[in-house]
Design a protein around this ligand. Structure first.
Ligand SMILES: [Zn+2]
Ligand SMILES: [Zn+2]
Length: 105
């Protein structure tokens, strides 16, 4: 029997029965993962703009030129900081608003 203490919930559990990863117990790992998913889908305004552009492209059958994290490959800035939610929903984004680099050539 080997007891380990979780650094997040501070509970001591038998690691023969509970999975531990980076000092976190199984339930905390699951909670953290769910939290990340939730952030991605609901709370992060950048992610919601990324999703909006993805949906726009699907609806209009055009290729999505923005990267999956919204970072410009050329100037490394977050392009969705300068793009409104409305624009991401209704316009095809083909270039970087900061360095004006086109994503489609
Ligand atoms: Zn825990
Ligand atoms: Zn750029």
């Amino acid at each position: 029997m080997s007891m380990e203490r979780c650094s997040q919930c501070d509970e001591t559990k038998d690691s023969d029965f509970f999975e531990f990863e980076d000092g976190l117990c199984e339930s905390c790992i699951v909670l953290n993962k769910l939290g990340n998913e939730w952030n991605k889908l609901n709370q992060n305004p950048i992610q919601s703009k990324i999703n909006a552009q993805e949906n726009f492209c699907k609806k209009n059958k055009v290729p999505n030129f923005t990267s999956s994290d919204g970072i410009c490959f050329s100037c490394k800035k977050q392009i969705f900081n300068s793009i409104t939610e409305e624009k991401a929903e209704t316009e095809h984004i083909t270039g970087c608003p900061f360095c004006c680099r086109s994503f489609c050539d």
